[in-house]
Design a binder for this molecule. Sequence first.
Ligand SMILES: O=C(O)C1=C[C@@H](OP(=O)(O)O)[C@@H](O)[C@H](O)C1
Ligand SMILES: C=C(OP(=O)(O)O)C(=O)O
Length: 426
Amino acid sequence: MSLHADDLPDVLAITPLTAPPDVSLRPPGSKSITNRALICAALAPGRSTLTGVLFADDTHAMLGAVRALGATLTVDEAAHTVVVDGVDPRTQTTPASIDARQSGTTGRFVVPAAALRPARSVVDGAPQLRARPFGPLTDALRELGATVEDLSEAGPGLLPIAVTGPVAGGKVAVPGHLSSQFLSGLLMAGPLMSDGLSVELTSPLVSVPYVEATTAVMAAFGVTVDGLHVRPGAYRATDYAIEPDASAASYVLAAAAITGGRVTVEGLGTSSLQGDVRFADLLEQMGARVERTADRVTVTGTGTLHGIDVDMADISDTAQTLAAVAVFADSPTRVRGIGFIRKKETDRIAAIVTELRRAGIDAVEDEDGFTVNPGTPAPTAFHTYDDHRMAMSLALLGLRVPGIEIRDPRCVSKTYPTYFIDLARL
Ligand SMILES: O=C(O)C1=C[C@@H](OP(=O)(O)O)[C@@H](O)[C@H](O)C1
Ligand SMILES: C=C(OP(=O)(O)O)C(=O)O
């Protein structure tokens, strides 16, 4: 049986490891960096070659989106490469229709980019994305001079919307506590706004490292962000190598910690653009041994894990991974600062607590996070809520205990279609 997401059964049984793993692997390309590089390359007149590209549902959504915005793409999935012939969006007058599927980054990055075009673009997504907030972005774009039509019957600030530019730019106030993606999306469109862009945050920013990644990718394409200000300018087409996905790496590194094995992740280390590479720091605090170089991280499980109390607002995509590790610690783990993950693919706080409890683990929901009291998971078929990170995190329990099954495992296709292939390599 192939373990690629496309071929998975409705319920996947996880086989416990018979010996601790000792492997080295390179996770697929970063979703976050792929989708930033695709936007910047699409807005840069001329040819950019992107290597190390992730091909998954979220990046297929972005490939479709940048094509609709006028870029010409030559895609080589086997070589993990996309050649992008970008265009100045301000010269594009063809109406566009964009399906962001389930991808928050695609939706939140493409709406401001579409607002640069003197044309009407309709942006929609799957029901899951239709339920996630877009209001701060549509408010900001109206303030900056775009025409935004709310098309959702469920109310304003939700997909689908239609946006018509060109957006002039200027100063705008944006909340930071719901998602950093509004800010990242606006910043990437900023240099092509005639008045440039100055953003002021009206509430504390979550997921800060993602904004740093945004400015780093913009810099690679020739645009400088100064504070939260971008001067009018232009992107420069360039060749860009995308690093592996640090959120994806969290699962295999966690596997080493909980099984007493050793896993090395290649292509990610202290020089990574992604905040989620810091997940290894948490494993270290819990008792695992961690070695790092500029582009490699090795985690070795020591057989002992202690609970920790941690604010994960900067690296919330790894909160569910940590919950799985916490099950095997010798004291409780409290995760804080992540109330905003209730508006991700699902309410991730409720979902992880519900599923751990289904397995007999004493997990408790807090407003801004959760507490996991360690225990031995009972044989359980876990529900995954169409959330790739529920499937990938809960599968880790099955590496240690028998009888763990993952329902609807195909949801890993959102960011990591080869996840169960990599897990089997352990
Ligand atoms: O900018 C990005 O690439 C992302 C930002 C984060 O979202 P929020 O800023 O909404 O927390 C993260 O959860 C998401 O997977 C990717
Ligand atoms: C929240 C996620 O993705 P996005 O917001 O890009 O849909 C994720 O990948 O966990």
